[in-house]
Design a protein around this ligand. Structure first.
Ligand SMILES: [Zn+2]
Length: 295
């Protein structure tokens, strides 16, 4: 699979021309009925990949509900800490992070609430909350094995976190202190991955470049995300510089079209693979054209 990397910190901007229809519901609309789609959401990548006039307003409204939850609640603090793009004016952005603490016993069971404390952004440990998944069920013969729930995954800057935990332990006299880290709303995050992968594949391969499968999931008409969305080995052809914050690539796997996504690989984050559809008579030529375009 050819890797397409987006170096979000250098704010490279790529614009893909409007397909003249909504890439989610396929309704053909005049340009005033369509909005620009930020394939990598603005909050993660400025205007890194903009698919012009490619979403109708009703579809954009459905997507915004879960995408905003992911970007604000799941990734909000992390984005502030790494100074990710935000439409909120810099002086109105929070400068502190609230971290809640609890006392736990030797088996990590809850004992008592120790309240939360506020830390300046630069003094708080960097925490990234994602979700780790097995391979998509489609890669495993579509077996409904019931083991596709996955589990939360977090990166925590431990040296900083330990110092803070020691401080809270000293202040409260608690024996074991744990820091509560943000929760991931799994269904929203998986749907967000599906939406990002679908939009990226259409931007790269064009309408008609493959037979798409995920539009019902993107538009919340189907909840069987783990059939298509799962984990993969974080493999790349070559070492990636740490400043590359989002890795995305699209390619064929047998007769399927799959998108690989990894956010903040430098933190050892899980990689995802999303099977966006089946190859059709156009796919091979479109993939070849895409790869030519990279060089
Ligand atoms: Zn639409």
């Amino acid at each position: 699979m050819k890797l397409k990397e987006f170096d979000l910190d250098r704010f490279e901007k790529r614009v893909v021309a409007s397909p003249g229809l909504c890439i989610y519901c396929c309704q053909v609309l005049p340009s005033e009925g369509l909005t620009d789609e930020h394939v990598i959401p603005y909050a993660l990548g400025h205007n890194t990949l903009v698919f012009q006039k490619s979403s109708c307003k009703p579809c954009a409204a459905i997507i915004q509900r879960y995408e905003q939850e992911v970007l604000k609640k799941q990734l909000g603090t992390f984005r502030l800490q790494v100074d990710a793009p935000s439409r909120t004016k810099r002086k109105e952005r929070p400068i502190n992070v609230e971290l809640p603490f609890v006392e736990v016993d030797d088996r990590s069971a809850f004992v008592r609430d120790l309240g939360s404390r506020s830390f300046p952004l630069n003094d708080a440990p960097l925490i990234l909350n994602l979700w780790q998944l097995p391979e998509p069920r489609l890669f495993r013969g579509d077996a409904d094995t019931g083991d596709d729930h996955g589990r939360p995954w977090s990166f925590i800057d431990m040296p900083v976190a330990s110092g803070i935990i020691d401080q809270v332990r000293a202040e409260t006299g608690a024996h074991n202190v744990a820091m509560k880290i943000g929760e991931v709303k799994r269904s929203h995050f998986l749907r967000f991955l599906a939406k990002t992968a679908h939009a990226f594949a259409v931007a790269e391969l064009g309408i008609g470049g493959f037979t798409p499968w995920l539009t019902d999931i993107v538009l919340e008409r189907d909840d069987d995300m783990t059939k298509y969305v799962g984990g993969t080995f974080p493999t790349t052809d070559r070492p990636m510089p740490p400043e590359v914050t989002t890795l995305m690539s699209v390619g064929g796997v047998d007769d399927l079209v799959a998108v690989r996504i990894q956010f903040y690989h430098v933190l050892g984050s899980p990689a995802y693979v999303v099977t966006v559809g089946r190859e059709n008579e156009n796919t091979a030529a479109r993939i070849a054209a895409m790869i030519d375009g990279y060089d």
